[in-house]
Design a protein. Structure first.
Lengths: 109, 116
């Protein structure tokens, strides 16, 4: 069964800093890799996804995928207080999307 | 846009009783609905995946006898927690998608279950 793990568990960064979140997975046949963001009391919402090795940038957010090392990451440039939330990585395993336990990010002014 | 409404938002039930939660998809066809539980310890467990016109697939440690799911059409799904006990506490989330596994899920706000 696919195992998805995230690090760190929590993170506090100052406003304007670069934030890096990590996700590892166990199934090398996985084909879809995504990051979701869940603000307190709200539904998780998809942020970005990637299918193949490499990098994808959307605004301040960049996702990196390295299938050989079973690792992908999310980088947030110029972090803002509004970025404070629980970040969940998701990996497909057959027809299922499995999630990590999340990284709680707090951006302090 | 695509939205998923989930209700109730919160529920409290006595130990050994049951409760039902529902999800309504608006703006897209919910071909597949996945039910997850986010525990107080923050694990995010997949309970089951329901696809219209296919059998519901339950994850290890979750059964139809405990978590029966109904997915009668492309806009509605429900799940019941039967005989709820303390270990069933958590935030239950439905995530729906229109197409394949390689597409984003649209989540409801979740149903927070407390058990007395």
């Amino acid at each position: 069964q696919q195992k998805v793990q995230q690090s760190p568990e929590s993170l506090i960064v100052p406003e304007g800093a670069m934030t890096s979140l990590n996700c590892t997975f166990s199934d090398s046949a996985s084909q879809y890799f995504a990051w979701y963001r869940q603000h307190s009391g709200k539904a998780p919402k998809a942020l970005m996804s990637i299918f193949s090795n490499g990098e994808k940038e959307e605004g301040r957010f960049t996702i990196h995928l390295n299938k050989a090392s079973l690792h992908f990451s999310l980088h947030i440039r110029d972090s803002q207080p509004s970025d404070s939330a629980l970040y969940l990585c998701a990996v497909n395993s057959g027809t299922y999307q499995r999630f990590g336990t999340g990284t709680k990010l707090q951006v302090v002014p | 846009g695509a939205l998923v409404y989930q209700y109730p938002r919160r529920t409290i039930c006595k130990s050994g009783t049951s409760m039902r939660m529902e999800c309504q998809a608006v703006g897209f066809q919910a071909t597949s609905v996945a039910w997850y539980r986010q525990s107080p310890q923050k694990t995010f467990e997949l309970i089951a995946l329901s696809t219209v016109n296919s059998a519901i697939k339950y994850e290890q440690n979750f059964t139809q006898e405990k978590f029966p799911i109904s997915h009668p059409n492309l806009s509605f799904s429900s799940m019941t927690v039967l005989n709820a006990y303390l270990e069933d506490r958590g935030l239950y989330l439905c995530g729906a998608r229109e197409g394949t596994a390689n597409e984003r899920l649209f989540f409801g706000h979740g149903t927070k279950l407390s058990v007395l």
